[in-house]
Design a protein around this ligand. Structure first.
Ligand SMILES: *Cc1c(COP(=O)(O)O)cnc(C)c1O
Length: 363
């Protein structure tokens, strides 16, 4: 693997085994492989964004608001309206996608290493490796749940400075009950570790958000994104919700002026349109149940999901063979590397029908 790199390039030894992250981006197929929101930004929101941009563009000669105060206060209002909490802008940090948030946290607080529950989001261990943060994997049970008492034992043995939980989990779609998260928060407090709850799919879930734990547990950090529920993946906006001291730590490792003025303005416009965009989330949740039932009707097994995607098993082929067969029928899903399973993102109704038809022809 390391022979891929030329001798003359002084790439760090710790990075030589890596290749760039990324799912295939293939044009002219139905793309149900990266958990995007399938709907274009609604016309009234595009109009509001265009207007907002027009006020920003003449001032691109100046650096943006380094601390993104208006955006952060708008994000605090959004979280408070969703979860009945009482956060201020000092409790929010925003960046170019939640992946940048995760990197900022690992750079600031990753000293004693990180721990996560696999299978989960592959970017967590990847960012750990890139930032020189040791990453320890704990296996989930066969139903993809986390055995909490075993998890607490391992946490107390390893004493990492960061504990990652993705809920709803990617790629499995399963969610962790808030009571389990609270037990992990207690364990994290006991060893002075941050419990980082990646809630990229929170809006698709009926489970209580971990933001409700922060008032009682200073070690809880919730990471959110506008990429999925807000149909905003192309703009790159993610954020964290935490105690103000965690935000102060993130300010140490962020790059100066990291979030452009156009990005901040666009995100503020999108947040003002939250009710409209969240109506799409409700539709996608109902489509998720429709697709799950159609899969069962085909004799397949779908894992109950609280996100905008499903994993399923019960087909005769290898996942990679079925992936290819669907691809040949114009539907791109994700081979997530879990034995026997494929993952499909919930799309618009016609896309979901196309997926189900292609699947019927393939199995
Ligand atoms: C999609 C996803 C993200 C989002 O990353 P962005 O950088 O905000 O687009 C973060 N965490 C998980 C688990 C995801 O699936």
């Amino acid at each position: 693997m390391s022979s891929r790199w030329p001798e003359w390039l002084p790439l760090k030894d710790s990075l030589k085994s890596l290749s760039p992250y990324g799912a295939p981006q293939i044009p002219d197929v139905i793309r149900l492989n990266t958990n995007e929101n399938p709907f274009d930004v609604p016309a009234p929101v595009v109009a509001a964004m265009t207007e907002a941009l027009a006020t920003v563009l003449p001032h691109l000669n100046r650096y943006p608001d380094r601390d993104a105060i208006q955006l952060r206060s708008q994000l605090a209002d959004y979280i408070n309206s969703q979860s009945g909490t009482n956060f201020a802008e000092s409790n929010i940090w925003a960046a170019n996608g939640s992946n940048e948030i995760l990197q900022t946290l690992m750079l600031a607080c990753g000293g004693r290493g990180a721990l996560g529950f696999l299978p989960s989001y592959s970017v967590h261990p990847l960012i750990a490796q890139v930032t020189g943060t040791e990453f320890f994997n704990v296996a989930r049970d066969d139903d993809f749940s986390v055995n909490i008492s075993e998890a607490i034992d391992v946490i107390n043995q390893r004493r990492p400075s960061l504990i990652f939980v993705t809920t709803p989990n990617n790629p499995t779609g399963t969610s962790m009950p808030i009571s389990d998260l609270e037990q992990l928060a207690t364990a994290a407090s006991g060893i002075g570790s941050l419990l980082i709850v990646d809630e990229a799919y929170a809006e698709f879930s009926d489970e209580t958000s971990a933001v409700t734990l922060i008032a009682r547990y200073p070690h809880v950090v919730v990471v959110r994104t506008m990429s999925k529920a807000f149909a905003f993946a192309g703009a790159r906006v993610g954020y964290l919700v935490a105690r103000a001291e965690v935000v102060d730590a993130a300010l140490i490792t962020r790059l100066p002026y990291h979030l452009s003025a156009p990005t901040q303005a666009l995100a503020i416009s999108a947040l003002r349109a939250a009710p409209l965009l969240l109506a799409e989330v409700d539709f996608l949740k109902s489509e998720r149940e429709r697709v799950a039932q159609a899969l069962q009707a085909m004799g397949l097994i779908a894992v109950p999901s609280a996100a905008n995607f499903l994993i399923f098993r019960g087909f005769a082929q290898n996942p990679s063979e079925l992936w290819r067969s669907l691809m040949e029928r114009g539907v791109l899903v994700r081979d997530i590397g879990i034995d026997g399973y494929l993952r499909v993102t919930i799309g618009a109704a016609s896309e979901n029908d196309a997926f189900l038809n292609a699947l019927r022809q393939s199995i």
